[in-house]
Design a protein around this ligand. Structure first.
Ligand code: G
Ligand code: G
Ligand code: MN
Ligand code: NA
Length: 244
């Protein structure tokens, strides 16, 4: 309860910031960024989401927090749209299951897009497989409504959940994001190599973009490029940081 109180106070005191991590194409050019939430604690310093997202979900505080993230992200997109060098950039935002399950989720996202002046085609929502499994009919409906407005969808942590191939085909997804755990084991595990190749082939056959996260080494990059995965994110390129 005291932790919940602290989190509630932190939201009221606006102690959160977004860090941004670059996503690149096969030429190393930035295609966009992923927004990653941090708690700027007055005593403890910067706290990663691993320490507070679960509590935010249990307490429902992820709703105001997630809204704040979307607002900040859309305001950043609107700023980029006015800069020639940045107008093409996408911004990926992580959406938690509870947030997505809200009846007003679609209306909320559309309202935030309109208030900020962001281009919907530049906003990419990162969903997880577990989020889609809980109520696939409702999830698909929400995704289709947002997709009609131009919003993009990326399936985060792909390969760690229980995606059925038949539903992948029916959701308006733009991208699969290969989970870091598989990327970590590239060239060290024949099964990881096989899984990564299989996800890339699956994405291509479904005409989806595919991005690898957690790319840390040149060997991982080279394996991914050699196997047709052109979009990368990871410490090899850039660590998450505030936009300077
Ligand atoms: O850098 P990293 O520690 O930021 O992120 C850890 C985890 O927290 C990731 O799995 C990421 O999906 C999640 N996360 C980061 N930012 C957000 C956010 O704004 N909302 C939600 N729901 N999850 C986030
Ligand atoms: O939302 P998601 O689970 O994809 O969150 C990405 C997480 O991975 C964030 O915590 C981010 O800081 C972290 N991350 C991004 N790139 C790398 C990387 O190359 N190595 C490691 N160890 N972590 C990374
Ligand atoms: Mn993510
Ligand atoms: Na992920």
């Amino acid at each position: 309860l005291t932790q919940e109180h602290a989190l509630r106070e932190a939201i009221a005191a606006q102690q959160f910031v977004l860090h941004y991590q670059k996503q690149v194409d096969n030429n190393g050019a930035a295609t966009g960024y992923e927004a990653l939430l941090r708690w700027k604690h007055p005593q403890r310093g910067l706290i990663a989401p691993g320490y507070f997202i679960a509590l935010a979900e249990e307490t429902g505080l992820i709703i105001p927090l997630g809204r704040w993230v979307l607002e900040q992200a859309c305001q950043q997109l609107a700023r980029w749209s006015k800069e020639e060098d940045c107008a093409h950039l996408r911004l990926a935002v992580n959406i938690s299951p509870l947030q997505f399950q809200q009846d007003d989720f679609v209306d909320t996202v559309i309202a935030i897009l309109q208030q900020s002046g962001a281009t919907p085609e530049r906003l990419e929502l990162e969903l997880t497989e577990s989020l889609l499994l809980s109520d696939i009919a409702h999830a698909a409906d929400k995704m289709h409504r947002l997709r009609k407005h131009g919003v993009l969808f990326s399936l985060d942590d792909f390969g760690t959940g229980y995606s059925s191939l038949s539903y992948l085909k029916h959701l308006p997804l733009n991208q699969l994001k290969i989970d870091k755990s598989f990327v970590d084991d590239i060239t060290h595990s024949t099964s990881a190599d096989a899984i990564v190749r299989t996800i890339i082939a699956l994405a291509h056959s479904l005409e989806l973009n595919v991005i690898a996260e957690g790319v840390e080494t040149a060997q991982q990059r080279d394996f991914l490029l050699a196997n047709g995965c052109k979009h990368h994110q990871g410490y090899l390129y850039e660590k998450p940081a505030p936009l300077s």
